[in-house]
Design a protein around this ligand. Structure first.
Ligand SMILES: [Zn+2]
Length: 145
């Protein structure tokens, strides 16, 4: 900081012709150089701060993008499970499996010593357990095959 500013004091005065500048030009130049150097130092500190903030923001962005990717994978897995359940819901169309005559079914089953409720409960248990299994596997994040 002393180099050029000190030199200014050693240059003879162009105005007054003295060994050192007494007219104020040298002093003004020295003041301006000192001011510009301080301003430059402040700007360099700000550049460093902004660069650090940029690095931090980039790291935050990378973390956010990773999180988005993880959530997207999770969403896709859950959607896949829902699609399997939805497909299963269309597996027994009325056009292929028309509704039975339940009164006849009840009579026939009762004649054989069975109840329609027991058969219905068994079918429902199979369906509900199957749906539960798809949901359980999806919630664990395991691919459900
Ligand atoms: Zn001078």
């Amino acid at each position: 900081m002393s180099d050029i500013v000190d030199e200014l004091w050693l240059i003879g005065c162009h105005e007054n012709g003295e060994a050192r500048c007494t007219c104020g030009v040298g002093m003004d130049a020295a003041d301006e150089i000192t001011r510009l150097r301080a301003e430059n130092a402040a700007l360099e500190r700000r550049i460093d701060e902004e660069a650090a903030r940029k690095l931090n923001a980039e790291a935050e962005l990378a973390k956010a993008l990773e999180r988005v990717a993880a959530l997207t994978r999770e969403r896709d897995a859950l959607r896949e499970a829902l699609e399997r359940i939805e497909q299963w819901g269309r597996a027994y169309p009325l056009s292929v499996f028309p509704e039975p005559d339940f009164a006849k079914a009840r009579e026939a089953l009762e004649a054989a010593g069975l109840t329609l409720d027991a058969v219905s409960a068994s079918n429902m248990r199979y369906i509900v357990e199957g749906v539960s299994e798809i949901a359980r596997a999806a919630l664990k994040g395991a691919p459900n095959e």
